[in-house]
Design a protein around this ligand. Structure first.
Ligand code: ATP
Length: 366
């Protein structure tokens, strides 16, 4: 099921009657979620992710704009009649019911033409349980399950009604690091197997990047960029997006362009043909640094951290906006030693931004 948001806006009125301090939680969202895809809504706390999800679910009414499922305008339709499955951060299972009863519960409330026989309900519940691999735990109570298993029950409960659209609001937040990783891969598998259009809300960029077909990066209720995760990482539209994606994060420097050359402090680091002379903000991805004894970027070496497969070099530079520059390097040439480490830069990993509005300034990479 394709989902289309058209100029979707949500304004919450201020609570203080004397001073109007309304919040524009979602500001004029327009985008299309193709059928069968998994979309990650991504952004810092308070950027409007959950509000967007609740409007799609029907739990909140938009202030303006429209929502379509396929060609049907569902903006005025109640949550029950939209055919969406919702999974929240806190699994909210019924503690006194078994896993099976929890999964069956949404089916028992179906009325009219949707009403199912007992056998049909059981079959559906068993199918959903099998899909999320909890079919052997059907007689347990939620308190007898791990966090990851409880979240699977919550997903099974959302899937059992065969929703047209599955909405997941920070579904992994309550899980520990290893379970998060495992469960996010499970969600991806389940989504692929069922082909249900899925919208996944998270503030964790790595999580969104790893499982989404497309990510939507948001800031203060405004969409910053929509695209495939790698595309957005490689080609961010502004400094906010560049900073938000990537671990370790992008390294940011004060720079200037003079005569088609990019300077970081006193170091002329790169040719940037076609860019007018100006002060710029320079972002360099951690993987963009190549240790090179004749390299133009001269940094003071702080430490070398070996993190499993990767080697991260921590250094400083007078023009850096961050206290520590983190570069992930290839160690074929040995580990850097001494007081100074010099780098040449991979041009595609160097991103320039306008000082005026933080938008991207692109240059041709030869
Ligand atoms: P988080 O990651 O912290 O859950 P979010 O991106 O999901 O954040 P929302 O919950 O959608 O953000 O909130 C967006 C903005 O709308 C915030 O500024 C929030 O304070 C405000 N807001 C949300 N719900 C209400 C409400 N019922 N009344 C007033 N303001 C609200």
């Amino acid at each position: 099921m394709k989902v289309v948001l058209q100029n979707l806006t949500k304004i919450f009125p201020g609570r203080n009657k004397k001073v109007r301090e309304e919040v524009i939680a979602v500001n004029d969202f327009t985008f299309e979620i193709p059928d069968g895809k998994l979309i990650g809504l991504l952004g810092p706390s308070g950027c409007g992710k959950s509000t967007t999800l609740y409007m799609i679910s029907g739990l909140q009414k938009p202030t303006a704009g429209k929502i379509f499922f396929g060609d049907d305008d569902v903006t005025e339709l109640s949550a029950e009649n939209r055919g969406v499955g919702l999974v929240f951060q806190n699994y909210a299972l019924y503690p006194h019911m078994t896993v099976k009863q929890n999964i069956l519960f949404p089916l028992q409330n179906l009325r009219g033409a949707d009403k199912l026989s007992k056998e049909e309900m059981l079959e559906r519940a068993e199918n959903a349980a099998r899909l999320v691999q909890i079919d052997t735990l059907m007689d347990r109570k939620p308190s007898e399950l791990s966090g990851g298993q409880q979240q699977r029950v919550a997903i099974a409960r959302a899937l059992v009604k065969m929703p047209k659209v599955l909405l997941l609001d920070e579904p992994l937040s309550n899980l520990d690091a290893r379970l998060r990783l495992q469960t996010r891969e499970e969600i991806r598998r389940i989504q692929k197997e069922t082909g249900i259009t899925t919208i996944f809300v998270t503030h964790d960029q790595e999580e969104a990047m790893s499982i989404s077909d497309m990510i939507v990066v948001m800031k203060e209720g405004v969409i910053q960029q929509i695209g495939q995760p790698q595309e957005v990482y490689d080609d961010p539209t502004n400094l906010f997006v560049a900073k938000f994606l990537g671990t370790p994060p992008i390294n940011v420097f004060e720079g200037r362009v003079e005569g088609g050359r990019l300077f970081v402090g006193a170091d002329a680091v790169l040719d940037v043909p076609g860019v007018a002379d100006q002060a710029v903000t320079v972002g360099i991805r951690p993987e963009g640094f190549v240790p090179d004894e004749n390299g133009p970027l001269v940094c003071a070496l702080n430490s070398v951290e070996v993190m499993g497969r990767d080697v991260s070099v921590v250094s400083t530079h007078p023009a850096a906006q961050v206290p520590a520059i983190r570069s992930i390097i290839n160690t074929d040439g040995g580990l850097p030693t001494g007081a100074v480490v010099r780098y040449s830069l991979k041009p595609r990993k160097v991103l320039l931004f306008s000082k005026a509005d933080e938008s991207r300034i692109r240059f041709e990479v030869k």
